[in-house]
Design a protein around this ligand. Structure first.
Ligand code: AFP
Length: 315
């Protein structure tokens, strides 16, 4: 839903929206504001550094820190300084990192999803899932108190939910995230499909059948290789399905449960869509390890259901 021009200015800023519309608890609001601040630095770094581009060196001829490592450092610095985070799990570390022991939140994040696309200058993103307390391991994504992602494309967008709808913000020229659309919804039926790991069709007749049915229905193909961009496409069009099944190459799937599948399952669920690993809702799969992976089928409810049925009928 596009906000009417009469929406008061204080409801259009990310902070104002968190406060007045989502009524997020103060500490959660501060944490999300800090994450949005980290995202601004990452957005700037993506535009201004050659790091990650083939053969990139800085003006002194030194090899530059890769953008995914830099993004990780930027987020860590923001998490450390606010004293709101007890621990975090992220793609760049094998185990949980402890911060302030009595702090109210734990954060799972992927600092730069789709980093292999930097060379190609395609859209990339950051993903965050927020839990109350000290632990991430042992929780299910349903227990998140908030999730958000930032999409660094031609424009930088931030999409968040604290459990009362999904809201989209645009980073403007003066460095503020300003409300673009509120209460994003995902319709039950898909017209677009985003099929990851197509190798899976040789190993699962059920996956082959569903992909062939999408082709025969002349559904629209949209696949970029960045989960953030591909699922944002579903939010933006209000329908669609993204798939990434397991296969011989990725026996448990490729996508990480804590920082990719979990936060998106929370957001898509808030928008009326569904997310499954083929047999159960992603929201109910406990997080058992930082590097846990799972298959992901996410988007319009009916299509996710049809896919799960097809997978169950023909292995
Ligand atoms: P990178 O961060 O290594 O680029 O991986 C991105 C990703 O985890 C996710 O964003 C994509 O949906 C998925 O991998 C794409 O995988 P394929 O390149 O195998 O299609």
């Amino acid at each position: 839903m596009t906000p009417s021009p009469s929406v008061p200015a204080e409801l259009r800023s990310l902070n104002g929206h968190l406060f007045h519309v989502s009524k997020a608890p103060d500490k959660l609001r501060h944490l999300i504001n800090d994450l949005s601040r980290a995202a601004k630095y990452i957005s700037y770094a993506i535009k201004t550094t050659e790091a990650g581009l083939a053969g990139s060196v800085n003006m002194f001829g030194e090899e530059q820190v890769k953008l995914d490592v830099l993004s990780d450092r930027i987020i860590q610095e923001h998490l450390r300084e606010n004293l709101l985070v007890s621990s975090y799990a992220c793609e760049e570390h094998d185990s949980i990192v402890d911060l302030s022991p009595d702090a109210p939140y734990a954060v799972a994040f992927d600092p730069l999803d789709g980093s292999s696309l930097v060379d190609a200058n395609l859209a990339i993103g950051s993903i965050f899932g927020i839990y109350e307390g000290k632990e991430i391991i042992g929780h299910t994504p349903r227990e998140q108190v908030a999730a958000l992602y930032v999409l660094y494309g031609p424009r930088t967008l931030l999409v968040y939910s604290t459990g009362s709808g999904v809201h989209e913000f645009l980073l403007n020229d003066v460095g503020e995230f300003i409300l673009l659309r509120e209460h994003l919804g995902i319709g039950d039926n898909a017209k677009n499909f985003s099929p990851g790991n197509l190798r899976g069709i040789d190993e699962s007749q059920g996956y082959r059948d569903i992909v062939e049915s999408w082709l025969s229905q002349q559904m629209t193909l949209r696949y970029s290789g960045c989960l953030v961009a591909d699922v944002h496409h579903i939010f933006s069009k209000g329908q669609g399905i993204f798939t990434f099944p397991a296969s011989h190459k990725y026996p448990q799937g490729k996508l990480r449960h804590a920082f990719e599948c979990g936060p998106f399952a929370y957001l898509v669920n808030q928008a009326g869509g569904a997310a499954s690993d083929g047999t159960q809702e992603i929201l109910d799969i406990p997080i058992t390890a930082v590097d846990q992976r799972c298959p992901l089928f996410i988007g319009s409810k009916n299509e996710v259901q049809r896919l799960c049925t097809s997978l169950a009928m023909k292995k």
